[in-house]
Design a protein around this ligand. Structure first.
Ligand SMILES: NC(=O)c1ccc[n+]([C@@H]2O[C@H](COP(=O)([O-])OP(=O)(O)OC[C@H]3O[C@@H](n4cnc5c(N)ncnc54)[C@H](OP(=O)(O)O)[C@@H]3O)[C@@H](O)[C@H]2O)c1
Length: 228
């Protein structure tokens, strides 16, 4: 699932500050739990405050010491760069500089190219691509100064090859790969490492939501059946 662009140095998670965008659900929530279990301090970023607080409670059950903190930030990662920069500044004032940023916030719509609303193409590019650019841009200078840090982009198998019905989604996930490869070249001399994850279909609330749009595109079902 994970494709490191250049052999990464291992990051010590006990006491590290890990920020997970999209950390209130699905894959992001699982990543946050795994990091917390290994002693990390966690900042969860998503929009829905109730979901964030519910997830915080869930994660806190796995505490390994009484100093660990789970911080929740409600913000849309795709709308306003300055807002994203501000909230990440606040998170760093509370929990220290970000050691690892996991860009997991994302969404999907399926359908035939001509049937997908134009604003869906715009929304997916904003959330899946710019929603990873903004948090990364907000933490990269400090990572370079400290000469340490990890940035993870959660792409998709649909970011490795185009799939029937994914004309709005696949390009946003291909874009993350281009971003990651170019960024890695810039930050490697500063001991900052970039990783791209390419998950396959994963049973999450987001996947359930995406599957509802597949009824308009039966060929995707046929391909899914073929795959499983
Ligand atoms: N599940 C799969 O099969 C699969 C496969 C390959 C790749 N992926 C990728 O993995 C990532 C996570 O997917 P998932 O299935 O775990 O999704 P999910 O269960 O829907 O979780 C998505 C998370 O992102 C947050 N989010 C969405 N839009 C946001 C925005 N504009 N600003 C801030 N937070 C936002 C959501 O919270 P709020 O709605 O409260 O903001 C939620 O915490 C996505 O990037 C997805 O493309 C998933």
């Amino acid at each position: 699932m994970v494709s490191p662009l250049i052999s990464p140095k291992s990051l010590k998670l006990p006491g590290a500050h890990v920020v997970v965008t999209g950390g209130s659900s699905g894959i992001g929530k699982c990543i946050a739990i795994e990091c917390y279990k290994q002693g990390a301090f966690i900042t969860l970023i998503a929009r829905d405050e109730n979901k964030l607080l519910q997830t915080k409670k869930e994660i806190e059950k796995y505490s390994v010491n009484d100093k660990q903190v789970v911080l929740c930030i409600s913000v849309d990662v795709s709308k306003d760069y300055e807002q994203v920069e501000n909230v990440l500044k606040q998170a760093q004032e509370k929990l220290g500089p970000v050691d690892m940023l996991v860009n997991c916030a994302g969404t999907s719509v399926t359908g035939k190219f001509e049937d997908i609303e134009v604003n869906s193409f715009e929304r997916l590019m904003a959330v899946n691509y710019l929603g990873s650019v903004y948090p990364s841009r907000a933490v990269i200078a400090t990572m370079k100064e400290r000469r340490m840090g990890r940035i993870v982009f959660v792409s998709s198998q649909a970011g490795q090859l185009g799939l029937f019905g994914y004309t709005a989604y696949s390009p946003t996930k291909f874009a993350l790969r281009g971003l990651a490869e170019a960024l890695q070249m810039e930050v490697k001399p500063y001991n900052v490492y970039v990783t791209v994850a390419y998950p396959p279909d994963t049973d999450t609330p987001g996947f359930a939501e995406e599957s509802k749009t597949k009824v308009n595109c039966p060929s995707i079902f046929e391909i899914s059946v073929f795959k499983s």
